[in-house]
Design a protein around this ligand. Structure first.
Ligand SMILES: O=C(O)CCC(=O)N[C@@H](C(=O)O)c1ccccc1
Length: 372
């Protein structure tokens, strides 16, 4: 493939409701959108970073800067050196000298991969080896001001057909909301996500969650406390799932070998892209570790890629691939809709969806073009 240029664009999309987690509250999603222009097609990617570095060290303006200052020039050099051998599989090696910035790397690799697959007429689903035409969907529910608000949101989510409920928890908002949801809705598929808000000293408190037979407890401790997660896994019955800790296939292998988790949330952006996400899927499948696809409030661009990934055989649990309307009144692409608790896997070339130009323009706050 021959890349001719990369466009970086910041869009700001209002969320239908504020999304509150243990690390902050978002009301507007500021998204870095990357467009890779190649001879014969253009591809799209989006960066999962938020406006502030609260989930990870990355943030939107920083991702745009590192792309423009380092990653796009490195891509230009790689294409000059590789010529016709250049392709999406060359992006990660070209960016490897630059440390971290995985969310930014993922956005660029995804855009190049999308352009490549569109020129080849191959869908993400076929490229990655999808085995399903639709995927089961869960929903992630933020922390609410009152218990009634939470219960109403759970009720609406179940009525909408979601097959799994994920509750955000934090110290002071954990046992009570879980107990209230269990009391009201019985044995639904229920899990919690702490976003690293607890410490090893909270083990006795977290063990009290066992009474509610949750599907999993996601990232209770800080991302770098693998030994703490391993100790906690020996003390509680609820399966531990990692998110922030699972930054690469190597990190996942270490966590699994240490007994720090028994389930992995695969977020392609967090691990540097869909190619690494596929490697983690394969690693977990080989070790009988169930995986599900996490979300980062993606627009239809990232949502399309996530739904395709979630159709791989090892994705045996409903993920955060919710319908577009969960977060956006108007999505950048044709909206993803929940039908009987599932979302159809796009089957067109590349992502199978494309941003709608007038909607993209409506939400765009800045853009820049970089010849390659
Ligand atoms: O459904 C979704 O896309 C959101 C799922 C979700 O809760 N994502 C959280 C998380 O902590 O996993 C998140 C959102 C935005 C950015 C980072 C993380």
């Amino acid at each position: 493939m021959k890349l001719t240029g990369i466009e970086t664009r910041i869009v700001e999309m209002p969320l239908v409701t504020p999304f509150r987690t243990s690390f902050g509250t978002e009301t507007v999603r500021q998204v870095l959108v990357v467009r890779a222009v190649a001879e014969g097609a253009e591809g799209w990617g989006e960066c999962g970073a938020s406006e502030s570095p609260l989930y990870s060290s990355e943030y939107t303006a920083g991702a745009q800067d590192v792309l423009e200052r380092f990653f796009i020039p490195a891509l230009r050099t790689a294409q000059q050196e590789l010529g016709d051998d250049f392709g999406a599989h060359r992006v990660a090696p070209a960016l490897a000298p630059f440390k971290q910035h995985r969310l930014a790397k993922s956005a660029l690799e995804t855009a190049v991969l999308d352009a490549q697959l569109r020129t080849q007429g191959v869908s993400f689903a076929d490229y990655f080896g999808a085995v399903r035409d639709s995927v089961p969907c869960g929903v992630s529910l933020g922390i609410t001001d009152t218990m009634d608000q939470l219960l109403n949101t759970v009720e609406a989510s179940l009525a909408a057909g979601y097959l799994r409920i994920k509750l955000k928890i934090e110290p002071g908002w954990d046992l009570e909301p879980v107990r209230a949801v269990r009391d009201r809705f019985g044995d639904i598929d229920l899990q919690v996500d702490a976003n690293a808000a607890y410490r090893r000293s909270d083990a006795r408190l977290l063990a009290r969650l066992d009474a509610f037979e949750l599907t999993l407890l996601e990232q209770p401790l800080p991302a770098d406390d693998l030994l703490g997660h391993a100790a906690l896994a020996r003390e509680i019955a609820t399966p531990i799932c990692l998110d922030e800790s699972a930054t690469s296939s190597r990190a996942v292998a270490t966590a699994v070998e240490l007994g720090a988790c028994s389930i992995i949330n695969i977020k392609p952006g967090r691990v540097g892209g869909y190619l690494e996400a596929r490697r983690i899927h394969d690693l977990c499948s080989a070790n009988d570790i169930p995986v599900w696809c996490g979300g980062m409030l993606e627009t239809g661009i990232g949502r399309a890629a996530n739904v395709a990934l979630a159709a791989l055989p090892g994705f045996t649990m409903p993920g955060d691939t919710s319908a577009s309307e969960r977060y956006y009144q108007t999505d950048l692409t044709e909206p993803f809709r929940l039908v009987d608790g599932r979302i159809a896997v796009p089957h067109g070339p590349g992502l199978g969806v494309t941003p709608i130009p007038e909607i993209l323009e409506r939400f765009t706050v800045s853009r820049a073009w970089h010849p390659v």
